[in-house]
Design a protein. Structure first.
Length: 541
């Protein structure tokens, strides 16, 4: 097969004062036409820097200081910017992890795809629109004519990612770079995007560089794999070689950290509920206008469930199923339209603002993005003590408790005087958990609390949550789109679809004998998972 891209001894220098001299240190790789190379590694391994160097998108102060990247006989790294612009989009295209930040929020989808042709001086306006519609159809978006007129915010995450792929394919590139394109997607949407990339690779014969930290995805699509650690390629080979017989300790460590389908042993729990949700409803309405029809979305539709002391209830479902709205309603970041949220016998849904302020300690939340939820100007000690002090706890006592909690979550009391930017993503998530515990809550709502973390860091945070559940009797509403994670941590699973609770039961019942077709579809979409095989020898299947 013809080689599409050959990277030879690529080195990318970081600015002075960085944690290491090079983001990428002398890596080499080749991608043939019709081949998918998965680049795997944790945050900071140099995966995205490699891709950004190829596209000329390196951040200020970061420079290529060695090596070549040969595409069609020429080193793209040494090309003038005007020549590289001709390659971008037309022959080398890129899709990004978060399409909402990559798409223009003020332009309709059809206009954004047509703009790709306009930027290269191609076709008439009518021809551009026709080709854009054809691309929208090719990537499997429903009702293409309607999608063409829609703005990014009107699409789901999976639909926005398909629109990004349509833009990337517009000029029929020979190389597609996909930077974590499925990380934030629910399992069924992720499966659809992976199938789409496989199909496009086959039909168009593109070479694909697929950047990911998920070995489940690697097992689904990769022809070859390169594993990166701190800018160095520690292992390369075919997908079968790397997955079945890894040679480097780092690769083995990453593979060992992947959540499996192995279900936990059932635990005895106290019968008394910590949380009772009864008939909860939340409806969002958008007003109609000259070009927009009025809409009503039942985000949470007559949901009832309970959580006992020390229990972890997993709340799963696709994007738009109402999971996060339900969690935010429990914490009263969203006010329900009807129903009760009883915590320790107090209906949080019925409290006034002043009464709610005095009851905030009952339920606390751990958010998906720990950096965005921490004030970058406040030291960690202040972040952990502000809530307790506001509730009347003496400051010395709050500070002593904060340092104790930092020890409990594995960071050490001495870290209290540091700022959020001085911690890694996993460490910041531990701080978020410590902040929630500082209020001594009866319940924690964890909303996608590990979805953005590398697999090894994710495993550490899950171990921490298990330990806190056992030691403190902590009750957790664990919201996730990752069913492999839910299988590891949860005692029971609640499945939501379009605002309704379609199934709830013990983790073994849901994963091994689901009643609903929707639940079976979710389980079947998880890359590389065989729930029955994982648990048959243990008497669960």
């Amino acid at each position: 097969m013809r080689t599409v891209l050959s990277i030879e001894e690529l080195s990318i220098a970081l600015p002075k004062g960085a944690d290491r001299p090079h983001a990428v240190a002398g890596i080499s790789m080749k991608i043939a036409e019709g081949e998918i190379l998965c680049v795997v590694g944790e945050s900071g391994s140099g995966k995205s820097m490699t891709a950004n160097a190829l596209m000329g998108l390196l951040p200020p102060g970061v420079t290529v200081d060695g090596g070549r990247a040969v595409f069609d006989g020429q080193d793209v790294l040494s090309l003038p910017e005007t020549e590289r612009q001709k390659l971008r989009g037309s022959r080398i295209a890129m899709i990004f992890q978060e399409p909402m930040t990559a798409l223009n929020p003020l332009m309709r989808i059809g206009e954004q795809i047509s703009e790709v042709f306009a930027a290269h001086g191609m076709y008439t306006q009518t021809e551009r629109e026709k080709r854009a519609l054809s691309l929208v159809t090719e990537v499997g978006l429903p009702d293409p004519a309607k999608i063409m007129r829609a703005y990014p915010f009107q699409l789901s995450g999976g639909q926005r990612q398909r629109a990004m792929i349509a833009m990337a394919l517009a000029l029929e590139p020979e190389l597609l770079i996909a930077d974590e394109p499925t990380t934030a997607l629910d399992v069924t949407t992720q499966a659809q995007i992976l199938d789409l990339i496989l199909d496009l690779r086959t039909r168009r014969g593109m070479g694909v560089m697929f950047i990911t930290h998920d070995f489940g995805v690697v097992a689904e699509i990769a022809d070859k794999v390169i594993v990166m650690e701190k800018g160095i390629a520690v292992e390369q080979g075919t997908a079968a070689e790397v997955l079945e017989n890894p040679q480097h300790p780092y690769t083995r460590r990453l593979l060992d950290a992947i959540p499996t389908g192995r279900l936990p042993e059932a635990r005895a729990l106290e019968p008394a509920p910590v949380l009772e949700i009864k008939g909860l409803r939340k409806v969002y309405r958008t007003g109609g206008g000259l070009f927009r029809e009025a809409r009503e979305v039942r985000a949470v539709d007559d949901v009832s469930l309970s959580i006992r002391r020390g229990e972890v209830l997993g709340l799963v479902g696709e994007s738009g199923s109402g999971k996060s709205t339900l969690g935010r309603t429990v914490v009263r970041l969203v006010t329900p339209d009807a129903g009760q949220v009883l915590v320790g016998g107090t209906d949080l849904a019925a409290l006034s603002e002043e009464e709610l302020r005095r009851s905030r300690n009952k339920v606390q939340m751990v958010f998906q993005d720990p950096y965005a939820s921490l004030n970058p100007r406040h030291r960690i000690l202040r972040a952990l003590t502000a809530g307790p002090v506001a509730m009347g706890k003496p400051k010395p006592d709050a500070e002593a408790k904060a340092r104790e909690l930092l020890e409990i979550v594995g960071l050490g009391a001495e870290t209290a005087d540091r700022f959020p930017h001085e911690f890694s993503g996993g460490q910041r998530q531990r701080i978020g958990i410590a902040r929630a515990l500082a209020m001594e809550p009866e319940l924690i709502v964890a909303d996608e609390a590990v979805s953005a973390l590398d697999v090894s860091i994710q495993a550490q945070v899950l171990d921490l949550l298990r330990d806190l559940r056992s030691r403190l009797g902590l009750s957790i509403l664990f919201i996730t789109h990752d069913l492999r994670v839910a299988a590891q941590l949860c005692d029971r699973i609640a499945v939501m679809q379009k605002g309704r609770l379609v199934e709830i039961g013990a983790v073994h019942d849901i994963f091994l004998a689901p009643r609903e077709g929707y639940t079976r579809d979710l389980l079947a979409a998880v890359p590389g998972a065989d729930w029955a095989a994982e648990n048959r020898t243990r008497g669960f299947a």
